[in-house]
Design a protein around this ligand. Structure first.
Ligand code: CAA
Length: 240
């Protein structure tokens, strides 16, 4: 059985990495996926449509919202995945790099959910998943900005989970906190550190984007109908 048959899904940051795998997997599971990003990749098809999106730009978020709504009249699932890093030791971190990471990873999620959350509340149902990180839970050297954005997102999503369901709508909002997953973002980390990160997991390896996408598909689906306001780790058992 297809887990997401006929669902209308919006995925931000879907040109590569975890977002791309989510888009591919959700389409495989029967959804019509709007794979949104600043620039176009090369994997689109009948069930995976490209839509331009810059989450730091309110007008761009609004345009996505209006376009999807005017075509389908509803949105079943939002995956707020877009995120960036600007790693630096705190003493060297510029305020611009702090602000850009917060504006993208935290406020970018706010901009999308400010539109799609109330829509789902009116529909009476919907599932939202936002991408946090093990770094939001445990911190990381050189990532004060990123850790703040990913930790902030957890409190923000719990607030959304309470707010959009308060009148009985079956709107679920969850966060997923991946560990170190082999994407372009993680591959930028120096090799010796990646080895340390793998050693810190119970499974002694880094993760694959597919291993996150599988969880996201489940959370987005009706199979997860009683799961809301939570954070689920996908990190191979990474301990502090
Ligand atoms: N964990 C442990 N030690 C770390 C570290 C980390 N995350 N980051 C840096 N260090 C250590 C370095 O090994 C180095 O140690 P020594 O003094 O013993 O040599 C020291 O801290 C200073 O680091 P650098 O010499 O590299 O300092 P720099 O100013 O040249 O660069 C940096 C700083 C850009 C933060 C660089 O160290 C770096 O890229 N670190 C990795 C940051 C990281 O882990 N990013 C994760 C990206 S993936 C992601 O964000 C996705 C997700 O959700 C998990």
């Amino acid at each position: 059985m297809e887990l997401l048959k006929d669902k209308i899904v919006v995925v931000s940051g879907a040109s590569r990495g975890i977002g791309k795998q989510i888009a591919l997997k959700m389409a495989e599971e029967g959804a019509l996926v709007y794979a949104c990003s600043r620039s176009k990749a090369d994997f689109y098809g009948d069930n995976i449509l490209y839509h331009e999106l810059d989450v730091t730009d309110t007008a761009s978020c609004q345009k996505l919202y209006e376009d999807v709504l005017s075509k389908h009249g509803r949105v079943d699932v939002l995956i707020a995945n877009a995120g960036i890093t600007r790693d630096a030791m705190t003493r060297k971190m510029s305020e611009d790099d702090f602000d850009l990471v917060i504006d993208t990873n935290l406020k970018g999620v706010f901009r999308l959910i400010k539109l799609f959350g109330p829509l789902m509340e009116e529909q009476g149902y919907g599932s939202i998943v936002a991408m946090s990180s093990v770094v939001g839970e445990q911190g990381n050297i050189g990532q004060a900005n990123y850790a703040a954005s990913k930790a902030g997102l957890i409190g923000m999503c719990k607030s959304f989970a309470k707010e959009f369901a308060r009148k009985g709508a079956q709107v679920r909002v969850n966060a997923v906190a991946p560990g170190y997953i082999l994407t372009d973002m993680v591959k930028k980390v120096p090799e010796d550190l990646l080895k340390k990160f793998a050693d810190r997991t119970m499974l002694k390896r880094l993760g694959e984007p597919e291993e996150v996408a599988d969880l996201i598909c489940f959370l987005a689906s009706d199979k997860a109908s009683y799961i809301t306001g939570t954070v689920i780790d996908v990190n191979g058992g990474m301990s502090l």
